[in-house]
Design a protein around this ligand. Structure first.
Ligand code: KIV
Length: 271
């Protein structure tokens, strides 16, 4: 389906940088399977993120730490099939790039190669991560950085909390831009710090829980759709209540089966 507005779709990293220069707000939503990818590809959202948040959202795990590279590949392939022309970003999961530059580069290359993702995302900006990113970019892999709350490091960061160390975050953002990232996710960063980071670098910043002063926003699709009635973090928005819709549909089905309404003549076949 064609894009609904005259806004140019994002195809390559330089489109992101141009969009920021033009002052266009960028939008990203998560997708973990072909069905959701197909639906979102028909919306105006700029890009789809196959986040390792899938560990918590679709696998029901307590954190993202157990998500494997094979699982990220599996989900990213599904998303690519559902959204063949969209910009799709895939997360490199925990323990796939933290051991050595060589392992990180090999895993990053394979993630892009085997899934046809448009780009990959890595959390953090320590010395090893920066080396991995530089080598991947040199090898032709578009890389999105991710600082602030780094969920893969939540144990050492003391939990899922707002990040306020302005100088360290600024330093990390500059280092990631210098390493060749085409965009940066800023997660749960105090809003003034997120604004300062955005002003300090040229590449777009994509915020989540980091206020309105970033170049764009990313959210978890399940959150905006209200698919989990018990999970409503402060930073998100809820634009639908699909939990209720799903439960009502299931209950109507049960009622109709019990009352002999379903299946009716239209759903039955005659000899
Ligand atoms: O894994 C994920 O979905 C993410 C976003 C929340 C930015 O990294």
């Amino acid at each position: 389906m064609p894009f609904l507005t005259a806004v140019k779709p994002l195809r390559y990293p330089h489109d992101w940088i141009r969009a920021r220069a033009e002052g266009r707000k960028l939008t990203v939503l998560t997708a973990y399977d072909a069905t959701m990818a197909r639906l979102l590809a028909r919306s105006k959202v700029d890009a789809l993120l196959v986040g390792d948040s899938l560990g918590m959202i679709v696998q029901g795990k307590r954190s993202t730490l157990q998500v494997t590279l094979a699982e990220m590949m599996y989900h990213t392939r599904m998303v690519r099939r559902g959204a063949p022309d969209h910009f799709v970003i895939a997360d490199l999961p925990f323990a796939s790039f933290q051991t050595s530059r060589r392992t990180g580069v090999e895993n990053g290359l394979q993630l892009l190669k085997k899934t046809e993702a448009s780009a990959i995302k890595l959390e953090g900006a320590n010395r090893l991560t920066l080396k991995v990113i530089r080598a991947l970019v040199d090898a032709g892999v578009p890389v999105m950085g991710h600082i602030g709350l780094e969920p893969q490091s939540y144990l050492t960061m003391g939990g899922f909390r707002v990040q306020r160390a302005t100088d360290t975050l600024l330093e990390k953002a500059r280092a990631l831009e210098e390493a060749g990232c085409f965009a940066l996710v800023l997660e749960l960063i105090e809003r003034k710090t997120a604004e300062a980071i955005t002003a300090a670098i040229q590449i777009p910043t994509i915020g989540i829980g980091s206020g309105p002063g970033t170049s764009g926003q990313v959210l978890v699709t399940h959150d905006i759709l209200g698919l989990d009635p018990d999970f409503r973090p402060r930073h998100t928005a809820r634009y639908a209540n699909l939990a209720e819709t799903v439960q009502n549909a299931a209950n109507q089905y049960v009622r109709e089966v019990e009352e002999g309404i379903f299946p009716g003549p239209e759903q039955s076949f005659s000899p």
